[in-house]
Design a binder for this molecule. Structure first.
Ligand code: ADP
Length: 652
């Protein structure tokens, strides 16, 4: 199989670069080759004018638009970095512009093409001729010069020169040779380059050193003439040594600065990664993104959250410490943000859409899902391409975390829905089964009475009527429970709270208990006849009915069931105790869940819905009370619940 072609185009801020990118893209298309673009950030980048920086950004965008994967590298030796990149990414052809061919480097270094050929001799290098350029492009360098810096740096340089001269005078008087004095001056230039911020100071310092050395120390002294024939060479060597040493020191300083910057960036990216991995809420994710971006870019950041319907929230500023407070109203650019969301495309300052905006706006998205818009205040300088890359990386990651969070939420909702569906299905199944048994029995008994009424003796008739009554009572209670349960589920339960007498509530409940209670002895124990609670009586009656019904269901006939009420602080504690089979420890927590029926089986299988205790718990908790189950010694169970007491002052 033929080796896959991989074309690499080198990006620059030169105006002709756009044409080169297009040509390279065409070549990539023709060869069906992989297409990459690379830009090497050298310390010189800082000195580029805003115009050049903007042009460079436009070239990044163009390359991306034409299908290139754009990479940026920080380094000093452009040719070496390109060569390394080409080697590691298996590039087969490099496309360069003419400016790269003609540009000479410091101290007469060879051209970029020659250097590239040296580093990667086997690679094809295509030079795109450009007739439109008469004079090769050299980016204009602008450094913001601050008066304070100039004075400070000049003062430092002069002081160092002065110190060197004084030391040299001392050496001269002691009788040291010229070479020692030259060394002192070289050291001076070196120190100057370290303590000042521009190469100019070491250059001036190197020239001044030579001049001072010539004026003060060479014979004839205090004149710029020099008798010895070798002196011009000495001066030249002295100048070059001083200057080159100084330049190297300065370059080293720049490099150190750059590596600190990139270390800080890497650390911020790493921190962001860590923080995002722990975030769970949408707001938290946006918060992390905002603060980390301000740290990384040292710019003010504006964030809009965006919901599913693409409605935007009120924007929130994340202000950078050193940056001044933004002087524009975010609302004035809301239209741009709307455009960004609608087109799912970045816009604003530094881009072709709405370039006069104060911010550069990007979407926080995973494919078509937009979670928000991030605005980066542009200020005087556009965003560096490397910074842009990092912003995109952070946004991409934050959007992914958002997507995961959303997916998890959707899954949870789906699970909840499925659970509800399951509940509904259970409810229907249970009800239809449970209703049929007593209804068949009621209708059977009733038709029996109608058809054969006169054949039965009085006792049998009574028994049949009692059965009909029991079954219908049971049905009424079931329907009542169901009604309350559905109301609680839907959140439709409205309590009508009134002061009520506990003894009356218990009495009312016992009247509704199934007639089987004649087989049990139901004892009420309420010492305080005037104990009053603030409750919805209908509901609390239902709680007691359910508890006593359960006690009857799960206890042998003839046993005692006690309903007791006592005041305990601000609450009345009501308990229903039976001497039945009791509840296994493992089930105690579950019996209050909806549709939970325990292992306790009773002969009458119609009465097991698992709804009664669930309803009791819901009702009691809605009143601000608690319900629990305990073992009754020696056997049986005790259900206890509390209700808030109504303070009444009698005989006032
Ligand atoms: P149901 O009685 O219709 O099954 P409940 O919610 O009233 O539904 O009760 C849930 C489960 O708790 C019952 O199935 C039973 O196992 C257990 N239980 C409730 N009350 C008692 C009791 N007094 N004695 C023993 N077990 C009980």
């Amino acid at each position: 199989m033929a080796k896959e072609e991989h074309i690499l185009v080198c990006l620059s801020s030169a105006p002709s670069n756009a044409r080169i990118i297009r040509t390279a893209a065409k070549m990539a298309d023709a060869y069906s080759a992989k297409f990459s673009a690379v830009y090497i950030y050298t310390p010189d980048y800082e000195a580029l004018s805003t115009e050049d920086k903007n042009r460079l950004l436009a070239h990044f965008a163009l390359a991306k638009q034409l299908g290139a994967s754009v990479e940026t590298i920080h380094g000093e030796d452009v040719a070496f970095q390109i060569a390394e990149f080409a080697r590691l990414s298996a590039v087969t052809m490099v496309v360069l512009g003419r400016s790269a061919l003609t540009r000479k480097h410091l101290l007469g270094k060879t051209t970029l093409t020659e250097q590239l050929t040296k580093y990667v001799p086997e690679m094809d290098i295509h030079i795109i001729p450009d007739n439109t350029i008469r004079s090769p492009y050299h980016p204009k360098k602008v450094r913001r010069i601050r008066k304070k810096d100039v004075i400070e740096n000049s003062l430092k340089s002069v002081l160092i020169l002065l110190a060197c001269t004084l030391l040299s005078l001392l050496f001269y008087h002691i009788g040291f040779t010229d070479s020692n004095i030259i060394m002192v001056y070289i050291l001076g230039v070196l120190v100057t380059s370290v303590v000042t911020s521009h190469q100019l100071y070491s250059l001036v310092s190197a020239i001044s050193s030579v001049l001072i050395f010539n004026y003060v120390f060479t014979i004839p002294r205090f004149s710029f003439a020099a008798y010895e024939t070798g002196y011009p060479v000495t001066f030249l060597v002295m100048f070059l040594t001083a200057y080159v040493t100084g330049s190297l020191a300065l370059r080293y300083k720049d490099q150190a600065k750059e590596s600190t910057r990139s270390a800080v960036r890497t650390k911020t990216l790493f921190d962001t990664d860590q923080l995002l991995s722990k975030a769970t809420e949408k707001e938290e994710i946006l918060e992390i993104m905002g603060t980390q971006l301000t740290k990384l870019l040292r710019r003010n950041i504006l964030i809009y959250a965006c919901d599913e319907k693409h409605d935007l929230s009120v924007p929130k500023w994340y202000l950078c410490e050193n940056e001044k407070v933004p002087d524009f109203e975010p609302e004035s650019e809301r239209e741009i943000v709307r455009w960004v969301v609608e087109h799912n495309h970045s816009a604003g300052a530094g881009t072709e859409h709405f370039s006069s905006a104060k911010c550069y706006y990007l979407t926080l998205r995973v494919s078509d899902h937009i979670y928000g818009v991030v605005g980066i205040e542009q200020g005087e300088n556009p965003l560096e391409a490397a910074e842009n890359g990092m912003v995109i990386a952070i946004l991409g990651e934050a959007a992914l975390v958002m997507e995961n969070y959303k997916n998890a939420q959707e899954k949870e909702e789906a699970a909840l829905m499925a659970e509800r569906e399951q509940l509904r299905a259970n409810l229907l199944r249970t009800i239809s089964h449970d209703l049929r048994t007593p209804l068949t029995s009621i209708s059977g008994n009733a038709s029996n009475l109608m058809k054969n009424g006169e054949l039965f003796d009085e006792e049998t008739k009574q028994q049949i009527c009692k059965d009909i009554y029991d079954d219908s009572m049971w049905l009424i209670n079931l329907v009542e429970n169901l009604l309350y349960a559905t109301r609680i589920e839907d959140g439709r339960m409205v309590l009508s709270i009134e002061p009520e007498m506990v003894t009356e509530i218990i009495g009312e409940a016992l009247q509704h208990i199934s007639r089987q209670h004649t087989d049990y002895s139901i004892v009420t124990d309420c010492k305080d006849d005037f104990l009053m609670v603030r409750v919805d009586a209908r509901l609390v009656v239902q709680v007691i009915i359910n508890l006593v019904d359960n006690a009857i269901k799960y206890s042998p006939k003839g046993t005692e069931i006690t309903v007791k009420a006592v005041a305990k602080g601000a609450f009345a504690e009501i308990s229903v105790t039976d001497n039945g089979i009791g509840i296994p420890e493992a089930e105690k927590e579950k019996i209050f869940e909806m549709f939970y029926t325990g292992s306790n089986r009773i002969a009458d299988n119609r009465r097991s819905l698992g709804l009664g205790l669930y309803l009791c718990k819901s009702i009691i908790e809605a009143h601000g009370g608690t319900i629990s189950v305990l073992d009754h010694v020696p056997h049986g169970s005790e259900f206890r619940f509390t209700l808030p007491i109504e303070e009444v002052k009698l005989y006032e």
